[in-house]
Ligand binder design. Structure first.
Ligand code: SIN
Length: 510
């Protein structure tokens, strides 16, 4: 028996307590909103772990058009140029908004914002807060702002399990809390649940991020897009810890190099070298490792003695692994870091289900295309939260009828999915491996959300028979002449998977 919460007076329900969810709630104020979070605010959100900051064209030598050009180049032909233009134009104001909300950005003694450099950016345009602790500082300020905003009702320890949908319109959220299932009657839901790191063995993200928002949206019938594009960060600290500690690209921006056990800088022949686009650096490291080498980040000369002051979080992770970045090489390898794909949304964050919006990593706005430019994601979350809030505030919401939804208590153990996705959907993919993963995931997908999400990703990766951006197929190593996006529902994905699993001959027909 569900406990039913009806006295929400039509309030929008935001699912997720990271930067995207908090900013959406703040932008909705003074309109009352409910924010559901699995954990106490700030705990276990990948936002809190973000080291890189926010990209915005704030330098005297910079302008939104240059930021746009870098974003489109990284996206490898699949960005939505209109969305990208709107995001980069809004980025400087988003930084101001955060400063107004109390975020203490890193500044020069004269008070100007310090601008860092990251891979594939033609200018210094990364704003940090607390050095490599940007996410932590932004979350500190936003959590404080949310807690002191009376119109926002924060409910912690609640996990959204299903969206109730009637005639393609949201009518409520079924959630699970310590006392059992609870049903929120609402016609407006914003998904801000983050990414999919927990579906991989090697990730830089909290392991609890298992694509929950993708599962909720997919089971509600929403269209998902660009799922095959998963970003692997080139420089995770290669030690025993899982999730793997991230070593920010900003370290390379300050001059650190990538070397092998012989001291060779094997990226020197690549355009951009250590600061080439993230997918290029990650693949080069993966290939070198596959050829039996060891790979290290060399920070001994640059940043050198200032390392611990500039990158206190990373210095502490290194210390934990017995490494002194001033004297030792840091062993590195690529790890899952970000999902470019997600729930397909329009320019206002609306999904294909009426009354359902998505914001942040769970959404696919088209900004990132096939490969996200470093530090564009926090910027996107802040900018798009405003668009979502404006759209949701102005919306009458769907019908608010008592909904019929039951939590099938579906198993959400990601373990079986982790091994499958890590094998078939890592940095290098091929058709045979993807088909095997699809066959293995299909029987699990009816009841397991992680498996359903993994299956949709595997199908998108199987269908993309080319290499583009972060998606690299060893059996199709070249880029196709025409760039197209793949979008589909769970129902369509299941039909494709069944055909594939049942009839190998069908491969030609896809
Ligand atoms: C990093 O600091 O290298 C990560 C930044 C990002 O993922 O945008």
């Amino acid at each position: 028996m569900n406990m039913e919460i009806r006295n929400l007076d039509g309030r929008p329900v935001i699912v997720g307590g990271g930067i995207a969810g908090l900013m959406t709630a703040l932008h909705l104020a003074p309109e009352p909103a409910v924010l559901l979070s699995r954990m106490p605010l700030g705990a276990d959100a990948s936002s809190t772990w973000a080291q890189g900051g926010l990209a915005a064209s704030l330098g005297l030598d910079d302008e939104p058009l240059l930021h746009l050009a870098d974003t489109l180049a990284a996206g490898d032909g699949l960005c939505d140029a209109d969305v990208a233009r709107r995001v980069v134009q809004a980025a400087p104001a988003a930084i101001e908004e955060l400063a107004r909300l109390g975020v203490r950005f890193d500044r020069t003694p004269a008070g100007a914002l310090l601008l860092g450099l990251e891979a594939a950016h033609g200018r210094r345009r990364i704003v940090h807060a607390g050095g490599d602790g940007s996410g932590r500082e932004i979350m500190r300020a936003l959590v404080a702002a949310v807690r002191s905003t009376p119109s926002i009702t924060v409910i912690e320890g609640v996990e959204a399990r299903r969206l109730a949908v009637d005639d393609n319109t949201v009518v409520g959220v079924l959630a699970r809390c310590s006392v059992g299932p609870v049903f929120f009657v609402t016609g407006r839901v914003v998904l801000a649940t983050g990414g999919i790191g927990g579906l991989f063995l090697d990730t830089t993200n909290p392991l609890g991020n298992c694509g929950q928002g993708l599962g909720l949206a997919a089971r509600a019938g929403a269209v998902l897009a660009d799922l095959e594009f998963i970003q692997f960060h080139p420089t995770a600290l290669d030690g025993a810890d899982r999730p793997m500690p991230l070593i920010s690209e900003a370290v390379r921006g300050e001059g650190a190099t990538i070397v092998d056990e012989t001291g060779q800088r094997f990226l020197q022949g690549v355009q951009g070298a250590e600061l080439a686009p993230r997918d290029v650096v990650a693949r080069a490291i993966w290939k070198h490792l596959s050829n039996g080498h060891c790979v290290f980040l060399d920070t001994r000369e640059k940043p050198g003695p200032t390392f611990a002051r500039q990158f206190p979080t990373i210095a502490s992770a290194c210390r934990g692994a017995g490494i002194d970045p001033g004297h030792d090489l840091i062993p590195i390898r690529p790890a899952q870091h970000y999902h470019m794909g997600g729930v397909a949304v329009d320019g206002a964050g609306r999904t294909s289900v009426s009354g359902l919006w998505a914001c942040g990593e769970v959404a696919s706005t088209g900004l990132h295309g096939a490969n996200r430019l470093a530090s564009n994601s926090l910027t996107e979350a802040i900018v798009c939260a405003l668009w979502v809030a404006e759209s949701a505030a102005g919306s009458p919401g769907g019908r608010q009828k008592p909904a019929i939804a039951s939590d099938q208590d579906s198993p959400d153990d990601p373990m079986p999915v982790r091994a499958l996705l890590s094998g078939a959907l890592g940095l290098a993919r091929d058709g045979e491996g993807l088909k095997a993963a699809i066959r293995a995931l299909l029987p699990l997908a009816a009841t397991s959300d992680p498996a359903a999400v993994g299956l949709m990703i595997a199908i998108a990766a199987f269908l993309r028979q080319e290499s583009r951006g972060a998606h690299y197929r060893t059996d199709f190593p070249h880029r196709a002449a025409v760039a197209r996006r793949f979008e589909f529902t769970l129902k369509a994905a299941l039909a494709t998977a069944q055909e594939l699993a049942g009839s190998p001959a069908l491969e030609e027909a896809i």
